[in-house]
Design a protein around this ligand. Structure first.
Ligand SMILES: Cc1cc2nc3c(=O)[nH]c(=O)nc-3n(C[C@H](O)[C@H](O)[C@H](O)COP(=O)(O)O)c2cc1C
Length: 223
């Protein structure tokens, strides 16, 4: 019997999972979460997502290529991390601080920080990694919004059935490497990746949760 959590349990338990058990999802388990993700809404029902999933030898080969390219990032879409409003930058900084504290890493430990960043490219030990590609349309905002919705439905479906994953912009930093290794045409642009599998909930990193702003900073009710 597959686990099937309520919506409230699912959305409250979903977290970015950064350590996994080695056992892959079965074909039936993978098919279930993919069928549920496919129900995501999109502008004019365009469903502009193409998700490529690597497992086994294909995953190991891609991880090796990504680690080899680590010092030469070339994203299809720039991060723009210095252009955010101050309140967002403050949350970004807070995330980095609490994340490194949670994994017991000194902020000045350059080698340790690099190693922790490389873990992204090794898919945090997950048995599967997904890459979310999209067509480039106008300024890309509308399509990226749809692909984001798809990614979240996929993550929630994983959680609902006892699995977990982490969305990763880091994986989008090496768009050419992913396209070349998987034989994907250049017109498909890489937005982000998702490493996923069975969470190792005993791992320290999975016991840490990032904070949320109070509703008053995000929602404005007009009557
Ligand atoms: C589109 C997107 C890209 C992300 N990229 C990364 C990443 O490259 N590496 C990483 O460790 N976490 C990444 N995250 C995870 C965020 O840090 C995380 O979602 C946020 O801190 C909230 O924590 P939670 O997902 O555990 O609730 C990403 C999240 C999103 C939505």
């Amino acid at each position: 019997m597959m686990i099937d959590k309520t919506f409230s349990e699912t959305v409250r338990q979903r977290q970015s999972v950064r350590k996994f058990l080695p056992e892959p999802l079965t074909g039936a388990e993978l098919n279930l979460v993919l069928e549920e993700a496919q129900l995501s809404p999109s502008n004019s029902n365009t469903q502009p997502w193409k998700m490529h999933i690597v497992s086994g030898a294909a995953k190991d080969k891609l991880a090796a290529a990504l680690v080899a390219a680590a010092d030469n990032p070339k994203p299809d879409f720039p991060y723009g991390d210095r252009e955010y409003p101050a309140e967002n930058t403050a949350r970004m900084k807070e995330l980095g601080k609490t994340y490194f504290a949670a994994i017991g890493l000194d902020r000045n430990d350059k080698a340790g920080r690099r190693e922790s960043w490389l873990e992204n490219l090794r898919f945090f030990g997950a048995p599967h990694a997904a890459f979310l590609f999209m067509p480039s349309v106008a300024d890309n905002v509308r399509v990226a919004g749809d692909v984001g919705m798809y990614g979240q439905t996929f993550l929630l479906s994983l959680t609902a059935h006892g699995f977990g994953g982490v969305p990763q912009t880091y994986l989008g930093y090496y768009a050419d490497v992913v396209r070349e290794t998987l034989g994907i045409a250049p017109e498909w642009k890489l937005l982000f990746g998702i490493s996923f599998g069975r969470p190792d909930y005993d791992a320290v990193i999975n016991q840490w949760r990032s904070a949320r702003a109070p509703l008053s900073e995000s929602v404005f009710l007009h009557e």
